[in-house]
Design a protein around this ligand. Structure first.
Ligand SMILES: Nc1ncnc2c1ncn2[C@@H]1O[C@H](COP(=O)(O)OP(=O)(O)O)[C@@H](O)[C@H]1O
Ligand SMILES: [Mg+2]
Length: 362
């Protein structure tokens, strides 16, 4: 027997939503598989929350279709109310019920025999490491503990899909990383399909199996974090994940000539203006030897000289800004912090070819 293609737990097809003259969501199509965390990542205002709210059923799309396990919950004709969509929600203001203790908060959405409810509550509190606080009230808990209870509460009714909108943004940095990892473990153990919204690339990379990068109401790129980071679709996609350096070129014969040597531009027509884009951590630096740099190599091309204008020690690495001899522009490098050059020092920069992106300029 041929193995069947697994059915997406959640599917959106061409979702659209306008608010007056403003198109908040402009044709979003996306699938989320069981046991996977898919992340809608994009800058503030790009339409992430509106998309999530339409899936939850608290916002109506102007058009498009949403299916859960192959069952349509919303299209032009049909409308399933939020409580019948088997969707769990966890938002930034995840307020627990202040007058209920932890056990009753988690049991809130559960129905059925008392014994079964109690077992489910205990199972979840165990899973989120809150067994010791079963009778505590929310005001007696820290932010991180409240977050764990909120997760248990959202998961208690075994939702088919979990929607999370910036759920960790209220937590301080250290705690946030810990809670993110724990949350991920719990979600994986429950096998829930997760759609997580965030504007933070680091959070998306840490949590997601799949990232859908959103801009102006559309998904501009989708893929595993590794692929999105290492093969961005355009300059804006590259720049969303880190600082980038950009140098300009013009294509002649599928190549562009720059002060760092030649870059391949396969399939790009002659005369096209291109941006050569690379991240600061992919700049290699070398010492100046009486006005000369290292010899060119195939992987790193031609070295170009710059003068250190700024150097900051950041702990694990140093951030160094160079003013380039060739046109006075500023390029940034991140180098291991064993090295902190002084301002005014000449150094030679090389760019690793396999880490560069060449995009036609818009
Ligand atoms: N209820 C609303 N009424 C009017 N405009 C809205 C409403 N909800 C969202 N918007 C607008 O839609 C756009 C997308 O908002 P949102 O989905 O909240 O973005 P994100 O979550 O990515 O920050 C924004 O321009 C926002 O101002
Ligand atoms: Mg939002």
């Amino acid at each position: 027997m041929k193995p069947e293609t697994p059915m997406p737990r959640l599917e959106m097809a061409d979702l659209r939503r306008r608010f007056g003259a403003r198109t908040a969501v402009d044709g979003v199509s996306l699938s989320v598989m069981a046991g996977q965390v898919t992340c809608l990542l994009g800058p503030s205002g790009c339409g992430k929350s509106t998309t999530l709210r339409m899936i939850a059923g608290v916002e109506r799309p102007d058009s498009g279709r949403i299916t859960v396990d192959g069952r349509t919950v919303c299209d032009g004709a049909l409308w399933v109310p939020p409580e019948d969509r088997s969707i769990g929600l966890m938002f930034q203001d995840f307020a627990l019920f202040p007058h209920l203790d932890v056990a009753r908060n988690v049991a809130f959405g559960l129905t059925g025999p008392k014994r079964a409810v109690q077992e489910r509550v205990e199972e979840l509190l165990e899973r989120v490491g809150m067994t010791g606080h079963i009778s505590a009230y929310p005001h007696e808990l820290s932010g991180g503990e409240q977050q764990r209870v909120a997760l248990a509460r959202a998961l208690a009714p075994r939702p088919r899909i979990m929607l999370m909108d910036e759920p960790f943004s209220g937590l301080d940095d250290r705690l946030r990383d810990e809670i993110r990892d724990e949350t991920l473990d719990v979600l994986k153990a429950e096998g829930t399909a997760v759609l997580l919204v965030t504007h933070e690339p680091a959070e998306a990379m840490r949590m997601a199996d799949e990232i859908a990068l959103m801009r102006d109401g559309r998904i501009v790129q989708q893929g595993a974090p590794y692929n999105i980071y290492n093969a961005p679709a355009d300059l804006a996609a590259a720049a969303f994940f880190s600082d980038v350096n950009v140098i300009e070129g013009v294509v002649r014969g599928a190549l562009t000539e720059t002060p760092f040597g030649q870059f391949l531009a396969p399939g790009v027509p002659d005369g096209t203006a291109v941006d050569i884009v690379f991240r600061p951590q992919h700049v290699k630096i070398d010492f100046d030897r009486g006005g000369r740099g290292p010899n060119p190599t195939a992987a790193e091309g031609t070295p170009a000289r710059g003068i250190v204008r700024r150097a900051r020690f950041m702990g694990a690495e140093s951030l160094v800004e160079f003013q380039m001899d060739f046109d006075g522009s500023i390029l940034k490098a991140r180098v291991p912090s064993v090295f902190l050059p002084r301002v005014g020092m000449p150094l030679w920069l090389m760019v690793r070819r396999e880490r560069c992106f060449v995009f036609p300029r818009h």
